[in-house]
Design a protein around this ligand. Structure first.
Ligand code: SAM
Ligand code: SF4
Length: 329
């Protein structure tokens, strides 16, 4: 078991497959060409399979593949197939994607054993979608969501980062979209993880504000009375309509006390928190030819250093150097 110094059991591993992305969401990546990790630094699928097996032997139950845009990496279904061999100890393999390339991999991913998919979608208006992501791709993302539905991925989650003045006028439209497509639509508060370091508190639309705006138009009923290790408050639509919404409010309603997550960056660094300022070089240990026992020791030591909480709301908060796309959101 992986237990940290604050008695939290770590059960979820997020693996970033690449720091690269075909989008340039303004709250995540800079415009232009960022300095990507060199290819030889990325963990290979064989390395990931080996490390994932160790993590699962230590009690990891869920693995989420993310990035950057994970589907930029070639042959992701091959990796999913390798990870599937870790079931049933591994209970869940999920993917977070911007959806642009999902359609052409969807069937192979399903056949390889992918259990769940989460899409990111920050606007339902084509022009605004382009402004936010830098890509004219709304239709492709909507198609991908439809395909995920048809292939039987359930639940399908869709994430939107709500930023004041950019897309906060769409929250009710997003809720209607959740009803029309029977989705779990999750609203995420904007976090200081943008490459431009432009984040400011007044750009954050609080979870409460989002919930109230929806509730006014479409009454909501709270589904979970505690968040447990989940990051979101879940609501169903009071009139028995399909779909649900989730509110993820890391800035205004911190949930670190129940965090069960750990992250592995594409270049093989363990990050114990999104907001860590320290990383643990698992790639270095692995490539030094260390034994499995040494790797286990290294992972356990890293977990013991997991931060008690993020410090976004502290006056001396320092934004981590690496942004979401590099950390693996
Ligand atoms: N490229 C994939 C995607 O966009 O779904 C996976 C990686 S992305 C970094 C994972 C999630 O992080 C996305 O849902 C994205 O909206 C979210 N994200 C990125 N930057 C963020 C920020 N500054 N605040 C809150 N969420 C952020
Ligand atoms: Fe790419 Fe996802 Fe970051 Fe957008 S949020 S730039 S899609 S990694």
């Amino acid at each position: 078991m992986l237990v940290d110094a604050h008695n939290r059991t770590i059960r979820d591993l997020r693996i970033s497959l690449t720091d690269r992305c075909n989008f340039r969401c303004f709250y995540c990546l800079p415009h232009g060409e960022p300095s990507w990790a060199k290819k030889e630094k990325l963990l290979t699928f064989e390395e990931l399979e080996y490390i994932a097996a160790i993590f699962v032997s230590l009690g990891i139950e869920k693995i989420r593949l993310t990035g950057g845009e994970p589907l930029i990496r070639r042959d992701v279904p091959v990796l999913v197939e390798k990870l599937s061999r870790l079931k049933p100890s591994l209970t869940d393999i999920a993917l977070t994607t911007n959806g642009y390339d999902f359609a052409r991999h969807a069937e192979a991913l399903k056949n390889a054993g992918l259990d769940r998919v989460t899409f990111s979608l920050d606007s339902l208006r084509p022009e605004r979608f382009r402004e936010i992501t830098g890509v004219d791709g709304l239709d492709r993302v909507l198609d991908s969501i439809g395909i995920a539905h048809r292939l039987g991925f359930r639940p399908i989650k869709v994430n939107a980062v709500i930023v004041r003045g950019r897309n906060d006028d769409e929250v009710v439209d997003f809720a209607r979209f959740a009803i029309d497509h029977d989705l779990s639509f999750r609203f995420i508060e904007y976090m200081p993880l943008d490459s431009g370091h432009d984040w400011s508190r007044d750009m954050v639309v609080s979870g409460r504000e989002i919930r109230d705006a929806i509730d006014k138009e479409i009454p909501l009923t709270l589904k979970n009375t505690s968040r447990g290790s989940s990051t979101s408050w879940k609501y169903r639509f009071a009139d028995g309509l399909p779909g649900e919404i989730g509110i993820i409010a890391p800035v205004t309603e911190m949930f670190c006390g129940a965090c069960s997550r750990i992250r592995l960056t594409a270049d093989g660094q363990i990050r114990t928190c999104l907001f860590s300022t320290e990383e643990h070089d698992l790639r270095g240990v692995l490539r030094s030819g260390a034994s499995t026992a040494k790797i286990v020791e290294f992972i356990k030591a890293a977990v013991l250093k997991k931060e008690p909480s993020h410090r976004i709301n502290d006056p001396d908060f320092v934004q981590p150097e690496r942004t979401m796309s590099f950390i693996g959101g």
